[in-house]
Design a protein around this ligand. Structure first.
Ligand SMILES: [Zn+2]
Length: 322
């Protein structure tokens, strides 16, 4: 079997460090500094396809968020900073940085659709998956993955999008956005009980979206083997039946065993396995088209190692039949 590297896009901008959450906040710029330092010492750094992110437009943010909320964030930033919600501090630069975070995922989508790369990872902050249409939540300002799903449908005219969210926490913002929508299938695996308190297995969508939302709450102490089993026995059959045109990953690495925020015992190599399964689904359904974006992950070493493993498996994912 020939083991040819996939062309994996990598999106990062130094302005992501300018979103200042204040002293002692876990969602801090040092997270990306640490990941970048590890990446630059990595054998595959030069094999990544480096893509410059551009900001999302105000209109693109409105694909998901209410105008009142987006304008409120802009005004708070213009006045020097404040809060998007009680645990999501924003600084003067945060509005522009949040546009650039969402924009990186859109630019990654463009590059995959254009065939410039096979898949892509956006190393961004602020994260997005807790942000609901009407407000920010849980360190998240705009819902980067949700905006990208709508962008795929509106700009690239794709019909069905699968979002896979393996962050420690339930992706409540993404679930809320697509709850009654059968064109976006949302899968979230997360520790339960834990913030934000949603994500029960019986939350399966509403109205036309019934059956297009799949939650796998996991007990504290869950191991990679149990995560892999859920991916193989729950996500994979549902995803193959849904047959997406594109897959987005809300890649949070706070379920790592070293992370200070939760009790899941995921390992670095476990993230590689999860990546492989999602890439396999993508090969079977949508020509391998995957764009992944950073959500949580608060232990600097665990986060750095996990992002490396994720990228390595995005680059080395097998096409199966060669
Ligand atoms: Zn999280």
């Amino acid at each position: 079997m020939m083991n040819t590297l996939k062309r994996t896009g990598f999106l990062y901008h130094p302005d992501y460090l300018k979103h200042n959450t204040g002293y002692g906040h876990p969602e801090r710029s040092q997270r990306l500094v640490a990941v970048l330092e590890a990446l630059k010492n990595w054998d595959y750094w030069d094999s990544l396809h480096h893509i410059e992110p551009t900001p999302a437009t105000f209109e693109q943010i409105l694909y998901v968020h209410n105008q009142n909320y987006v304008e409120a964030v802009k005004e708070v930033c213009e006045s020097g900073g404040g809060y998007a919600d009680y645990e999501t501090p924003i600084s003067a630069e945060s509005f522009d940085v949040a546009l650039l975070a969402a924009g990186a995922v859109l630019r990654g989508v463009d590059a995959v659709i254009a065939g410039e790369v096979d898949n892509a990872f956006a190393l961004v902050r602020p994260p997005g998956h807790h942000a609901v249409p009407s407000r920010g939540m849980g360190f998240c300002v705009f819902n980067n993955a949700a905006i990208a799903a709508r962008y795929l449908q509106r700009t690239h005219k794709l019909e069905k999008i699968l979002i896979v969210d393996w962050d420690l926490h339930h992706g409540n913002g993404t679930q809320d956005t697509f709850d009654d929508d059968p064109t976006v299938f949302f899968f979230s695996i997360h520790q339960s009980p834990l913030y934000p308190g949603t994500g029960r297995a019986d939350e399966t969508g509403t109205g036309a979206g019934l059956g297009f939302n799949l939650n796998s709450p996991m007990r504290s102490g869950s191991r990679p083997k149990e995560y892999v089993q859920v991916f193989e026995t729950k996500l994979k059959p549902a995803a193959l039946e849904f047959h997406p045109d594109f897959i987005l990953i809300s890649a949070g690495f706070d379920c790592h065993e070293s992370d200070p925020l939760g009790g899941i015992s995921m390992t670095t190599e476990g993230f590689g396995q999860l990546t492989d399964i999602v890439c396999d689904i993508a090969e079977e359904t949508c020509n391998g088209r995957v764009v992944s974006t950073l959500e949580g992950g608060y232990d600097l070493n665990a986060l750095s190692e996990s992002v490396l493993a994720h990228l390595e498996h995005l680059m080395n994912s097998m096409t199966g039949s060669e």
